[in-house]
Design a protein around this ligand. Structure first.
Ligand code: 5GP
Ligand code: ZN
Length: 122
């Protein structure tokens, strides 16, 4: 897709700090991190929004399933104390459309962790 910044990142026409890549997906560090860990997972194929990717459940599942792996590697995965209490963790987020706060119109999954400024918020 012409003039799509994330297509250009997927095609390596614009640099990014990649943390994962396969034939379908690329994950890279957000340029303006909201927390110590802030990664974006994108499909290499262009979908403007989640709304446009409804026919791709396998790809969406792959994107979501990558989050815990990335969190593990980034050191913010959920851990359980000896008594089973969960610790650490991260937020996974897809903004869709203007009312959803979407700014870049190429589907992306945020993985945000390493801090908890949103605790108690939605
Ligand atoms: P949205 O609001 O669309 O869900 O989030 C877009 C995200 O993309 C923002 O967190 C923003 O910081 C990030 N972003 C925008 N442009 C670039 C870029 O050129 N490179 C990288 N790595 N991240 C970007
Ligand atoms: Zn794109």
């Amino acid at each position: 897709m012409e003039n799509c910044i994330f297509c250009k990142i997927a095609e390596k026409k614009i640099p990014s700090t990649a943390v994962y890549e396969d034939d379908d997906l690329l994950a890279f560090k957000d340029i303006n991190p909201a927390a110590p860990v802030h990664l974006l997972v994108i499909p290499k194929k262009h979908f403007a929004t989640l709304q446009d990717a409804g026919s791709e459940p396998e790809l969406l599942g792959k994107m979501l399933a990558l989050a815990p792996r990335l969190a593990e590697e980034a050191g913010c995965a959920v851990r359980y104390d000896a008594d089973g209490t969960p610790a650490q963790g991260y937020k996974t987020l897809i903004n869709s459309g203007p009312d959803g706060g979407q700014e870049v119109y190429h589907l992306h999954l945020h993985v945000i962790g390493g801090a908890h400024p949103w605790r108690g918020q939605r």
